[in-house]
Design a protein. Structure first.
Length: 134
């Protein structure tokens, strides 16, 4: 059975990419961070922005981001309960990374028959059949 990436960082202490990905590893974490770039959001606002995620999974991913110091959680003592999530200074420092991922995806990922497919922008033009023949 494979170990989670977070457990492998001790095996690759000199690899900054692996160490960074250990904090962002998770299906929804990047998307959560992307939505929090616009400012603080309540839990249910995040749920509405991520309709495919379960409440349990969203809670789990937010807790992991909070433990890493990337997201802050503010609980207000009101009824019904109100919880706000926002990026910390560390989380805000990830903005260029998240925006680079968003830009790359906008350029190179297309939805085809309900599946995401990578199509690099350079590959949109195909050679004509006899073009390379000598």
């Amino acid at each position: 059975m494979s170990r989670p990436r977070a457990k492998l960082t001790t095996s690759f202490p000199g690899c900054p990419v692996e160490s960074t990905l250990s904090f962002l590893d998770g299906k929804w974490k990047g998307v959560i961070l992307f939505h929090l770039l616009d400012g603080k959001l309540r839990f249910n606002e995040l749920r509405r922005k991520l309709p495919s995620v379960t409440q349990r999974m969203l809670t789990k991913q937010l807790r992991e981001l909070e433990e890493a110091g990337i997201v802050s959680r503010t609980v207000f003592p009101v009824v019904p309960p109100r919880v706000d999530y926002a990026l910390t200074a560390v989380g805000c420092s990830l903005k260029p990374v998240i925006m680079a991922l968003a830009a790359w995806g906008a350029r190179n990922v297309v939805c085809h028959n309900g599946r995401n497919v990578i199509r690099l922008a350079d590959e949109t033009e195909t050679a004509s059949p006899g073009r390379d023949a000598a």
